[in-house]
Design a protein around this ligand. Sequence first.
Ligand SMILES: [Zn+2]
Length: 278
Amino acid sequence: MSDIQLIDTHCHLDFHEFDTDREAVLARCHQSSVRDIVIPAVAFSSFERTIKCCRASNELHLALGLHPVFIDQHQPHHLVELDSLLSTEPVVAVGEIGLDFYIKDLDQEKQIAFFTKQLIIAKRHGLPVIIHNRKAHDLCIELLAEHKPKGGIIHAFNGSLQQGFKYADLGFKLGFGGMLTFDRSNKLKRLAAGLPLDALVLETDAPDMTVSEHKGARNSPEYIPLILKALVDVREESAETIALATSENARQSLNLPTNTGKQQQTPANKALSQKNKL
Ligand SMILES: [Zn+2]
């Protein structure tokens, strides 16, 4: 079990909350067998920060996208910039993108337009997508079925079992995080138990959300083993089987290298010569 490498498929390690101890966090991740970490961007204004953060280690994987919660900030030219960066940076996915209909004052029309355009861009680059979705799963499924990007991850999935199966049928993985560690998360536990193992991946969404053991404190990618344990508690497979499967699902879905090292990825090779662009 100890030699199985775990993957955090969704972590905002570039956020300022980690500025004082990012390296120490990564060192503790290694001790907890958490190796690869996927870092999705949220807005054009912070793309440079996210890109720089990922350059620090071969185990940090970059995703670039315009997050629906920051829809007021997004401008049409940000899509043009995104499109061009996807050709020059070692990006594993377009994300995080999606729809947030939970927060009432976000412009839904504009969200749909930016989401759709980013799905089209992702498809053109042959990249998977990392999706944030609240209260709009049916529309999201519809748009994914229509635009058919190359799979990806539905981050912090909390829809219905039926919606989960639809995403899985479309080739998407479903991300489960710290909420699963709370006793009261009965709906989430039913989802985690009822969905096929080959559709599940682990994530923290750090520094946001958290695990019950560290309630009230900053979330961290080093807590991935606690999320694995919560998943093991609700499923019938062994911890080893679940650890192996979730890591393999993440690698397959985001085309991560089997042995850590970005040099194995074609886009990274392309980007190496342009490392000083931003
Ligand atoms: Zn996120």
